[in-house]
Design a protein around this ligand. Structure first.
Ligand SMILES: Nc1ncnc2c1ncn2[C@@H]1O[C@H](COP(=O)(O)OP(=O)(O)O)[C@@H](O)[C@H]1O
Ligand SMILES: [Mg+2]
Length: 267
């Protein structure tokens, strides 16, 4: 009985919105203690994958387990820290920065749902880690893009979630916030947490991630970052593969397309 469940385990997951197939036969296993980057163009299914992992979207078929349990149960147990894409947040909602971070403590509060001093201290220390203690009483909509993301990262820290899912945390973010978020995610992985983070910022990948997943409705590649960044891989991922047939057969010397990751599937 020494089996260790992967932090994230998706098996053959397909998601449809009416006629649109957003994800097709996605299989993905991510271990604890790592940062995995999720890379794909707009509409490739990144947000859908996050929503499936959090149980907000039900797959048409396939199965998701987070540390061995189903998404809704994982959510109930507060195992998942989720930073939604900015477009999915109502920034006019009348909550303060501190309120948002305190939401990370709800699962830890007793039946009275009262925050105790320990919870407030955890929230304050999370705010300090993202350098937002000064702005704790501001309404969240009054922050810059980078500060908003840091609030959600602080919520994940306060929650002490073992699985962190971040949907484009670097979009519209200043350099300082980006560097801070990268550092916090690396620290979280070093502490044994798992981080899955979608990003368009390919330059940041080597410093950010241990592995990358290239997504285009299917998993095209899952493996080391330097292999993911090869031109033929990126061409397939971003739909620029206009010369080839998707098999990377332009004699680049690397022996064609790497298929050592899971989910490789010819179309
Ligand atoms: N609620 C929805 N209803 C219908 N189609 C959707 C919905 N959400 C996403 N889609 C479609 O699913 C596909 C994947 O979208 P999404 O997961 O948002 O991709 P990404 O986050 O990579 O941009 C796109 O074609 C998108 O238009
Ligand atoms: Mg998205």
């Amino acid at each position: 009985m020494t089996t260790v469940s992967p932090a994230i385990d998706a098996h053959d997951v397909s998601v449809r919105y009416g006629e649109v197939t957003a994800l097709e036969d996605v299989s993905l296993q991510v271990p604890f203690g790592s940062v995995t980057a999720l890379v794909g163009m707009n509409g490739s299914g990144k947000s859908t994958l996050f929503k499936t992992l959090t149980g907000m979207v039900r797959p048409a078929h396939g199965r998701v387990r987070l540390d061995g349990v189903a998404p809704l149960e994982a959510r109930r147990r507060r195992m998942i820290g989720y930073v939604p894409q900015s477009e999915d947040v109502d920034w006019a909602f009348p909550v303060s920065v501190r309120d948002v971070v305190m939401m990370g403590r709800y699962g830890h509060l007793g039946p009275t749902r009262r925050a105790h001093r320990a919870d407030r201290e955890i929230v304050d220390s999370a705010l300090e880690r993202v350098e937002l203690a000064d702005l704790a009483d501001r309404q969240i909509g009054q922050l810059s893009g980078g500060q908003r993301k840091r609030v959600f990262v602080a919520r994940g820290i306060a929650q002490d979630a073992r699985i962190l899912l971040l949907d484009e945390p670097f979009a519209g973010v200043d350099k300082k916030s980006e560097a801070m978020i990268v550092r916090l995610l690396r620290e979280s992985a070093a502490e044994g947490r798992t981080v899955l983070v979608s990003t368009h910022d390919l330059h940041a990948l080597p410093a950010l991630a241990d592995a990358a997943v290239l997504l285009l409705r299917r998993v095209l590649f899952h493996g080391p970052v330097d292999e993911a960044l090869r031109p033929e891989q990126l061409a397939r991922t971003f739909g620029l593969d206009v010369l080839g047939d998707g098999r990377g057969d332009r004699s680049s010397g690397s022996g064609g397309d790497s298929s050592h990751g899971d989910g490789e599937g010819g179309r």
